[in-house]
Design a protein around this ligand. Structure first.
Ligand code: PGA
Length: 254
């Protein structure tokens, strides 16, 4: 059985002090061994202190981005090597990065390969715009994003990758995809694309999250879907009580 995951994407929120306080509150409410993988992804500058706060708690830390190069003249960037030791996960190809920072499928692919090489677990994000959705292009576009991002990845490496399907029209809008819609894309498109690249076994084992306006009210229905293995949570992950409620609801289903 695939382990469920609740990953919080804090985006550009929380000073170091605020981030440590949020991590501490989450740890106090839901630390220790647990059937649900919990990953908190604060801004880069918060990561070392959040990581120290969570030491020994079984709650993992992730970054929200990284550069593909190991080091060098890339002003303002952070490499996988710099994240190692303070983070185990890294969100890659989030739609906000693609939209506002011109990230391309090719760049995301380089980042995925570099993260794997450095021993980090990528949380690879894919998802279509409202216009693409309305034009009926979701399947081809999202399938293409998955295949492009995973080019050159082996089946062994795939076991360490998490994919998050996040329709752009659902992110931060309060309009989540229906559980059935989300399940259809997580299974019929994302998992299917992994299968076309790496075979049925890799597809069956692939962990696929849904993201986009998830909260403590809709998470039960979403997590009851057979092809959804977790959530990448934005807004609701900024409140300890909401995030922990989502973790608890998920735990009760496994
Ligand atoms: P949201 O964000 O839960 O606030 O919609 C999700 C995300 O962007 O990962």
């Amino acid at each position: 059985m695939r382990r469920p995951m609740m990953a919080g994407n804090w985006k550009m929120n929380k000073t170091v002090e605020e981030a440590v306080a949020l991590a501490r509150a989450i740890r106090e409410l839901v630390g220790g061994v647990h059937p649900v993988d919990r990953v908190l992804c604060p801004p880069f500058i918060d990561i070392p202190q959040v990581s120290a706060e969570l030491a020994g708690s079984q709650i993992a830390v992730g970054a929200q981005n990284m550069h593909w190069a190991a080091n060098g003249a890339y002003t303002g960037e952070i490499s996988a090597a710099m994240l190692r030791g303070v983070a185990d996960y890294v969100i890659l190809g989030h739609s906000e990065r693609r939209q506002y920072f011109a990230e391309t499928d090719e760049g995301v692919n380089r980042k995925v390969l570099a993260a794997l090489e450095a021993g980090l677990t990528p949380i690879l994000c894919v998802g279509e715009t409202l216009e693409q959705n309305e034009r009926g292009e979701t399947h081809s576009f999202v399938g293409g994003q998955v295949k492009a991002a995973l080019a050159g990845v082996t089946a062994d490496q795939m076991a360490r990758i998490v994919v998050a399907y996040e329709p752009i029209w659902a992110i931060g809008t309060g309009k989540a995809a229906t559980a059935a819609q989300a399940n259809a894309i997580c299974g019929g498109v994302v998992r299917n694309a992994v299968g076309e690249l790496l075979g049925a076994e890799a597809a069956a084992a692939a962990r696929v999250l849904y993201g986009g306006s998830t909260n403590e009210k809709n998470i039960g229905e979403i997590m009851a879907q057979p092809d959804i293995d977790g959530a990448l949570i934005g807004g609701a992950a900024l409140k300890a009580e909401s995030y922990v409620a989502m973790v608890r609801t998920t735990a009760a289903l496994y």
